[in-house]
Ligand binder design. Structure first.
Ligand code: PAF
Length: 279
């Protein structure tokens, strides 16, 4: 059984012991409902740090929709069993009161990269992410932390956070893990019913076709509407955005003149899927 810590005092005491022994600490922050995508992060952390902590905390501050928070899958037992198969040194599973005790009054708010796309559609989401990630870094004394490219904008926000606040934790990224049909693994995608699940790969497939067309020099203003139509024609209910943005600052791009990312959010059977690809 992997040692599980629920209190910050005991988690930090363990982390301090590791540091005193000259060991580096790697953190994989998660909200649980673990899948192969998380395991890829854990495996990267095992290669990149002496000790690996996986935090599991469904962070209420990053949900702008109470229904989404309520429905978010909570699978503690299965998560612990899955982590036991790869081997981690600690699971840190704090309670909401431990993370946000009565009187908690701080919020970490980032401008720039956190404002468009998800930031525009999910007000307060990235403040919640930045606040909890700052706390988790402090609670675990992490030297390095691993995040998935699946949440590309989140990664950009966390890189900004670490740079702007001079946090001593190095941020590392791992490529999106996909099912054989191209669907990006995610805890939300796991909620898709069979019919919707069979439609879902159309998102990544049409995004990949759009990337090909953009790389071939076609105008984004012509390519993106065609991709949106194809995603809807495949059975999606709506596309919130499909945008070509600069890879690091997430600035809008009218032409492919620097490293770029194609980012999308779309609704399928009441579930909001996001994905992104390098261009
Ligand atoms: O990506 C996630 O699962 C969450 O946003 C994170 C980074 C664990 C913060 O709650």
């Amino acid at each position: 059984m992997t040692p599980t810590y629920r209190g910050t005092v005991s988690m930090r005491a363990m982390a301090r012991n590791w540091k005193a022994a000259g060991q580096t600490i790697g953190l994989v922050p998660t909200m649980g409902a673990l899948h192969r995508g998380h395991l890829a992060l854990v495996q990267a952390a095992r290669r990149g740090a002496d000790r690996v902590i996986v935090s599991i905390f469904v962070n209420p501050k990053q949900f702008n929709n109470p229904e989404d928070l309520r429905k978010y899958p909570r699978t503690e037992g299965a998560d612990a069993a899955l982590l036991a198969t790869v081997g981690v040194d600690a699971i840190y599973m704090p309670t909401p009161d431990e993370v946000y005790p009565p009187g908690f009054a701080t919020s970490v708010s980032i401008g720039g990269v956190s404002l468009p796309l998800e930031g525009e559609r999910r007000p307060g989401h990235f403040d919640g992410v930045a606040t909890v990630v700052t706390k988790l870094f402090g609670m675990t004394l992490a030297d390095r932390a691993w995040f998935g490219q699946k949440d590309w904008q989140q990664l950009a926000v966390i890189r900004r956070l670490v740079a702007d606040l001079n946090l001593p934790t190095e941020v590392l990224a791992v490529e999106t893990v996909r099912d054989a049909d191209g669907l990006a693994l995610s805890s939300r995608n796991a909620r898709l019913l069979p019919q919707a699940r069979s439609i879902a790969p159309a998102l990544a497939r049409n995004m990949a076709l759009a990337v090909e067309a953009l790389r071939a020099g076609h105008d984004p203003q012509a390519v993106l509407p065609v991709a949106i139509d194809a995603i809807i024609a495949a059975g999606f209910d709506s596309v919130e955005y499909l945008e070509l943005r600069s890879a690091d600052l997430l600035e809008p791009m009218a032409a492919l003149d620097r490293p770029a990312r194609l980012l999308c959010a779309a609704w399928l059977d009441g579930i909001r899927l996001i994905d992104n690809l390098p261009v």
